[in-house]
Unconditional design. Structure first.
Length: 250
C-alpha cells in the first residue's frame, strides 16, 4: 500500500487508484461517487471483521459492532455477510453479553445539518428503543449502547450550525459561536425510565464525559480520529451494577 494511502486510511478516508478515463466517469456524478464510497467502505468493514476474527480466534473475547448515523445500510450489510464467530452484529438488536447482562443497541441519531443516511426523528428513535426493551426481562441488567447521547446532558454539546448554507457554518452571536445540545430526548426518557446498568453513547465527538440519571451512569468517550487519536472507554459491570469506568486515549 502506498504510504499516502495508509495515511488517508488512518484519517478515516477511502481511496482507490484509477486511470484518467475512469476518473472522468466519476467526475460530476455524485451518484457514482456515492456508490463507489459504499463499495470501499463496505470492503473496509469486511476486512476489519476478518482481522478481528483472525486475531481473536480461540479466545473468549467478542467484538460488538454497529453503525452510526454516517453509515449506510449498504455498508453495514457487511456485518451480516461475513462469517462470524468472535464478531457480533448488534445493530438495532438485543444481544447477550454474559449469563447476567444483555445489551440493547440503537445506531441512529436525531437529525443533523449534514443530512446523514441514518438520521431519525426523536419519536422514531423512541419507538425503536421501546421495541427493543420489550425483549428485555430485566432493564437493570441491560447495557444501553445508543449512538445518540441524551439531550442537554453535557454529552451532546456541540457547535450550532446554520443549515441554510452548504456546507453548514457555525452560528455566531455577539461574536461568539453558539453551542447547544444535539442529543435525543427519547434517550433521556429511556435512561430515566429503565435505569439500565450503564448508558454508552457517542455521536458528538467533542463531548467526552459522564453524567448520571438516577443510578445510571451515561458516558461518551468522545472522538478525535481525524487527528489520529483513538478515544475509548473501559467499563466494568457486575450484577447489574457499573463497578468502574476509565476513559482511554492512544
Amino acid at each position: 500500500m502506498p504510504a499516502a494511502g495508509q495515511n488517508l486510511e488512518t484519517l478515516g478516508f477511502y481511496w482507490f487508484e484509477c486511470d484518467p478515463e475512469e476518473y472522468l466517469e466519476y467526475e460530476g456524478h455524485q451518484d457514482r461517487i456515492d456508490e463507489k464510497f459504499d463499495e470501499l467502505a463496505k470492503q473496509r468493514l469486511a476486512d476489519w471483521v476478518a482481522l478481528a476474527e483472525e486475531r481473536l480466534a480461540g479466545s473468549h473475547v467478542r467484538v460488538y459492532l454497529c453503525g452510526g448515523n454516517d453509515d449506510t445500510d449498504e455498508v453495514l450489510s457487511a456485518l451480516d455477510e461475513a462469517p462470524r464467530d468472535r464478531v457480533v452484529n448488534c445493530e438495532n438488536r438485543v444481544v447477550p453479553l454474559d449469563d447476567e447482562h444483555v445489551m440493547a443497541t440503537v445506531g441512529y441519531s436525531t437529525p443533523t445539518p449534514w443530512d446523514t443516511p441514518r438520521e431519525r426523528s426523536d419519536d422514531q428513535i423512541g419507538e425503536v428503543i421501546e421495541a427493543l426493551m420489550a425483549e428485555v426481562d430485566d432493564p437493570s441488567r441491560c447495557v444501553f449502547n445508543f449512538h445518540c447521547p441524551p439531550l442537554d446532558s453535557s454529552l451532546d454539546t456541540c457547535l450550532k450550525l446554520d443549515a441554510s448554507v452548504w456546507p453548514p457554518t457555525p452560528v455566531i452571536e455577539r461574536g461568539q459561536p453558539v453551542h447547544y445540545g444535539a442529543g435525543s430526548q427519547a434517550v433521556t426518557d429511556a435512561l430515566e425510565a429503565y435505569q439500565p446498568t450503564v448508558g454508552l453513547h457517542g455521536h458528538i465527538h467533542e463531548s467526552r464525559g459522564a453524567t448520571k440519571y438516577g443510578r445510571t451512569m451515561a458516558l461518551n468517550p468522545g472522538s478525535e480520529y481525524g487527528e489520529g487519536v483513538l478515544r475509548g472507554l473501559i467499563v466494568g459491570i457486575k450484577g447489574g451494577e457499573l463497578i468502574g469506568h476509565q476513559f482511554t486515549s492512544g
